[in-house]
Design a protein around this ligand. Sequence first.
Ligand code: CUA
Length: 381
Amino acid sequence: MAICFALVAIVAGSVLFHLLSPWRVTPIASNWREMDDTLAITFLTTAIFFVGINLLVAYMVARFRHRPGSRADYHPENKKLEGWLIVATSVAIIGLLAPGLLVYAKYVRAPAQALQLEVLGQQWQWRYRFPGASGKLGRSDTSLVSAANPFGLDPRDPAAQDNVLVNNNEVHLPLDRPVKVLLRSHDVLHDFYVPQFRARMNMVPGMVTSFWFTPTKTGRYEVLCAQLCGVGHFNMRGIVVVEEEAKFQAWLKQQPTFALAMAAQSPQQPAAGPGATLQAKGQSLAQSKGCVACHSVDGSAGAGPSWKGLYGKQETLADGSVVAADEDYLRKSIREPSAQIVKGYPPIMPKMELSDDEVAALLAYIEAMKAPAAAPQQTQK
Ligand code: CUA
């Protein structure tokens, strides 16, 4: 009988937990109410079976428990019962599958007038691209990816020239306008996921995947990578800002086109700003490019050496040699991460497409965290 009470307690506990639990889905901010409805149908269907089956087992255990002298009857077949079971399970399985398939069919068919947004994933950062006035996204290829061309666009394609590039992890979108999201990955499997939009899709290297949605509420939403993509996965986050059309247009105008970004890469670019600005740029790059996922800035342990007190420090490398972590060493470590690995760390840092400016900013930021100079040459006279 104890098992019977335990089963009833599990059923009652589960139902109460569902009704009283504070964990609810985050408020929806897109057109995909149907995603929530589908989830509710799945939940209700599985709940009916869970409660029904467990209570039936509890009843059977109580009703047909062993009594001295009693014998079990043997009924090899019951056509009527089998018929009912086939009908009930078929209805339930159709109920679980059909709504999802119907919503998915709509989810991947974007309205013709939708705004195009390309999302580019890379360990462990996000980039975004919009078509320019021509309304076309130019050709891209992973083989064209370089520090000067992190999106890998084809400079010979006229359609690529006016494409608007967002070379950081924050993108803006206009309110109440359908957006067709096209997804690419430079390296491994990632997944673009914004919980409030009830929308996500895998980003598969070598192909372009897509879905669409209409943002229905202004606000700032966090983008999460939803595929385990390496040690920095937890930190692969971005931001989507949904705002009124006019504000969005103003923001879009501030973003460089591909042609402009290529021109800015020419050697005679303006000199870097004062140290403090460069440092601040380095700090924001460390966040947006995902460096901080592995390199702490407070001295705590991570998948890579902490940046606190790193600048100028003597480091022992995997081959036993000792180097000073000076500017040259750090620059080389950013450009060629696997060339000189510090002893005790795995060679897992991905190669990043960073411009010389960006590397200089990161170096300034790392330098700012160097250990305070120990009273120099005290012991040597
Ligand atoms: Cu990218 Cu997880």
